[in-house]
Write a protein of this length. Structure first.
Lengths: 247, 265
């Protein structure tokens, strides 16, 4: 077992390394653009006007309600196939990009992530205490200023743990990219199994790398959470001090 | 550590334990095929496994007078599934290669079809000529191939700078060939010929010579079995020899491939 593990790591380290890089690339881009896209979606989602709410609602409903692998196949084989049938497209300069599975993968992951994050954000926005909103209005803040100075900071504070969770979820979702020929970490492990018929060694190697990524992510996000909640901590310290005072 | 894993894998597929116990005397053998490699093995509209490999397996069991059950298994998990005793044999056009022999054993070969490139009519690829790999033959092309196959290994070992896309099944590679997302695909001539005859295959053809250097492609496809099951290997080899002699193999060959001799020597 251990000899085999060393054999796998020694011979196929470049495959695992390249897989790791692609996994990280997919994760970072999906989460970044997914989050940016989620903000307007979430804001529209909490609108009181039905026609503003309807579009993000439908979008979120579809992307949360169907399996990610189905979305990926729809995008890659469905949309990709339709695009390839357009007359002359295969001679156009853009074909180099349109034929590449990378963009279909990224687009699917970005849209999927944005649907989940938008729904988390909606919960955050709706949970901002109404007193704070009234206070903002009383100070004469415009809706935009209220969002910028009150709602968004409060929202991030509240949704951060759920958001962390979603980033980890997205990390694992990227493993589906190997079904449309993208050789990320899971794809690399599968390729090693194909070569060596050593499933335990290959998947354990990939699994350990995933665990290290998750550990690092959790560590970083915890630090960010502490930063976001810095004002609460100060309050806690204060109340602790008052309690400690002799009566 | 090894024992722990054995126990875990046995527990994970509890059914396998009882199955392997019953198979100890080889009264009933579970055979796996892929079901996605027409016309060798595929699934009909009722979800039933059909194809050359399935007919061959049934005939083989009939000749050997053992009861057989044929199950479908994804190509990627074929060898791990055999080792985990989910089934006892693989009849799925698996080429006998040195690499695979490190983990499993094979019967004598039961069919042998060379590899060939398929692409748009008019294309020409000379990747293997006069017993030599032509290293620049695929430059600038995107080539699709099924993952975990001898064809994938051949491409990866010999054309490291070429863009190779790996698919779970050969069907997906062909789907992307017609969508223009890969320029060519390398696979078994038997399965590709079948596809070329279909509607989707119009406008495409064999674009290279047929080749099968044994360094990568082994010596034909064999029945995969676990190393410890030498008695089963004997049973299969005997039945195979009998089929070749009494003409029932030739009959099957003719049914699926009127123009190709699957068992040349």
């Amino acid at each position: 077992m251990f000899e085999d593990l060393i054999y796998v790591l020694g011979k196929y380290d470049t495959w695992l390394w390249r897989g790791f890089l692609l996994t990280m690339e997919l994760l970072v881009i999906s989460v970044t653009f997914g989050t940016i896209l989620a903000i307007p979606l979430a804001v529209a989602r909490v609108s009181k006007k039905v026609w503003v709410q309807a579009v993000p609602f439908a979008f979120i409903y579809v992307f949360r309600g169907t399996p990610l692998i189905g979305q990926l196949f729809m995008m890659y084989y469905g949309v990709g196939q339709l695009i390839s049938n357009i007359d002359g497209i295969q001679d156009h300069w853009s074909w180099v990009y349109l034929r590449n599975p990378y963009w279909y993968c990224l687009l699917t992951f970005v849209l999927n992530t944005s649907a989940y994050v938008a729904e988390i954000m909606r919960g955050g926005i709706q949970n901002v205490p109404s007193g704070e909103l009234e206070a903002a209005r009383a100070c004469g803040m415009t809706p935009w200023t209220t969002y910028r100075r009150i709602i968004f900071p409060r929202m991030w504070q509240m949704i951060w743990p759920a958001y962390t969770n979603d980033v980890i979820f997205t990390l694992k979702a990227t493993s589906l990219a190997s079904t449309v020929t993208m050789m990320e970490l899971t794809g690399a492990a599968r390729k090693i199994v194909a070569r060596t018929a050593l499933p335990y060694e290959a998947f354990i190697s990939a699994g350990v790398i995933y665990l290290i990524i998750v550990y690092t992510l959790t560590f970083g996000f915890k630090g960010m959470e502490r930063y976001l909640r810095r004002n609460e901590r100060r309050k806690d310290k204060h109340s602790a001090n008052t309690k400690a005072l002799p009566t | 550590m090894k024992n722990w894993i054995k126990v875990a894998s046995a527990a994970a597929i509890g059914i396998a334990l009882s199955a392997s116990a019953a198979n100890a005397a080889w009264e009933k053998v579970v055979i796996a095929t892929e079901g996605a490699y027409p016309p060798f093995n595929m699934v009909d509209e009722n979800g039933k496994l059909i194809g050359f490999d399935v007919d061959f397996a049934n005939k083989l069991c009939e000749t050997a007078k053992i009861e057989c059950e044929i199950v479908a298994q994804d190509w990627d998990g074929m060898i791990p599934g055999l080792l985990a005793k989910k089934y006892d044999a693989i009849i799925a056009q698996m080429s006998i290669t040195e690499e695979r022999k490190r983990s499993i054993d094979f019967s004598d070969y039961y069919s042998n079809t060379p590899a060939v490139f398929v692409g748009k009519d008019g294309m020409s690829i000379e990747a293997y000529k006069d017993g030599e790999v032509v290293e620049d033959a695929l430059d600038g092309l995107v080539v699709g191939v099924q993952r975990s196959t001898t064809h994938a290994n051949f491409l990866e070992d010999n054309f490291p700078s070429v863009e190779i896309r790996m698919y779970g099944t050969q069907d997906e590679a062909l789907l992307d060939l017609t969508a223009g997302r890969v320029d060519a695909t390398l696979a078994d001539s038997g399965t590709l010929e079948d596809w070329l005859k279909s509607d989707e295959g119009k406008g495409y053809g064999f674009v290279s010579n047929q080749f099968a250097p044994s360094e990568w492609f082994g010596d034909g496809a064999g029945i995969g079995i676990r190393k410890e099951d030498q008695d089963l290997k004997e049973i299969f080899n005997k039945a195979l020899a009998e089929m070749l002699e009494n003409g029932s193999y030739a009959e099957l060959n003719k049914k699926y491939f009127p123009t190709i001799n699957l068992h040349p020597n």
